[in-house]
Design a protein around this ligand. Sequence first.
Ligand SMILES: Cc1cc2nc3c(=O)[nH]c(=O)nc-3n(C[C@H](O)[C@H](O)[C@H](O)COP(=O)(O)O)c2cc1C
Length: 337
Amino acid sequence: MDGLLSLFDFEAAAQRRVSHAAWARISGGAADELTLRWNHEAYEKIRLKPRALVDVSNLDTRVTLFGQELPFPILLAPTGGQKFVHSEGELAAARGGAAAKATYVISSSASMRVEDIARTATGPVWFQLYVQRDRGFTRDLVQRAEDSGCRALCVTVDSPTFGARNREDRAKGDLPERELPNLKGKDYLDPTLTWKDIDWLRSFARRPVLLKGILNPDDAATAVKAGVAGIIVSNHGARNLDTVPATIDALPLVVDRVAGRMPVLVDGGVRRGTDVLKALALGAAAVQIGRPYLWGLGVAGAEGVERVVEILRHEFELAMMLAGRPAIGGIDRSVLW
Ligand SMILES: Cc1cc2nc3c(=O)[nH]c(=O)nc-3n(C[C@H](O)[C@H](O)[C@H](O)COP(=O)(O)O)c2cc1C
């Protein structure tokens, strides 16, 4: 890993390491991949406004989310099928995340059992849920995740179906059949899912319920009314509906609507410490990264994941210092030009 200094260095190295089909799967987006491009490009367009002559010798990057203290506001987003990227799959990713002190969100479409992943992670884990058509099965799955120690449930609400994943589908022939030990069958998305199912989930969940995949401020307002613990502004890494806006462009509208009534997280296109700073400036409580840690996993297993998180965390600390904002509480819209 010597010489891999940025997340983009890991991207290039991963592309050389993993198979063509696995690469198409982890890097591809939906259709023409316009949103995929915009997700990061939108960060590039935001300019920073540093403040000079501030004592930044003591940095405090801690945040508290749902009663859990995170040493820095970066989590590992749920991504399914990690065995395609590395033979140790989710076990390696969870170990790497824990080594770097980042909370790892276990995907319900993981290629390994939630119990095994949670046991291997020596740090905090959350669980991402695809509600299954079989609600009894779904309830059992939630309970398995809770019993395994998952501290929060992220219900994915942006996927009544998958998008037109042309790049992935073109290359798919070369990939082995997907293993989905936590789900009921291959056809695991439920297009009938509505707000009443969120009420149902909340009726028995013993952990904070977050909605993952909110873009529309009106939905954010409904989420507040529904009493969920938090939301994640996400466009599913641009894998579902192409031409929706970049998540960082949707974030401030959602944050304004939520008006501090619950934490708002964001994911999509976060690649630099300055991106983390910008997301927090626009009101995110924390960010998640998806593809970047899969690049780390592909390059060097658990150690690659750990290194990717360390690089991003370090860059975020540099950005805080150079912007003259030594505390998370001081990162607001005044840090934007
Ligand atoms: C290969 C891959 C698999 C994913 N699998 C899931 C999943 O199982 N559940 C889910 O809610 N989101 C899934 N996502 C979306 C991520 O959780 C996250 O929203 C997205 O990757 C963030 O964007 P980024 O990759 O630009 O950081 C997946 C993303 C990728 C790239």
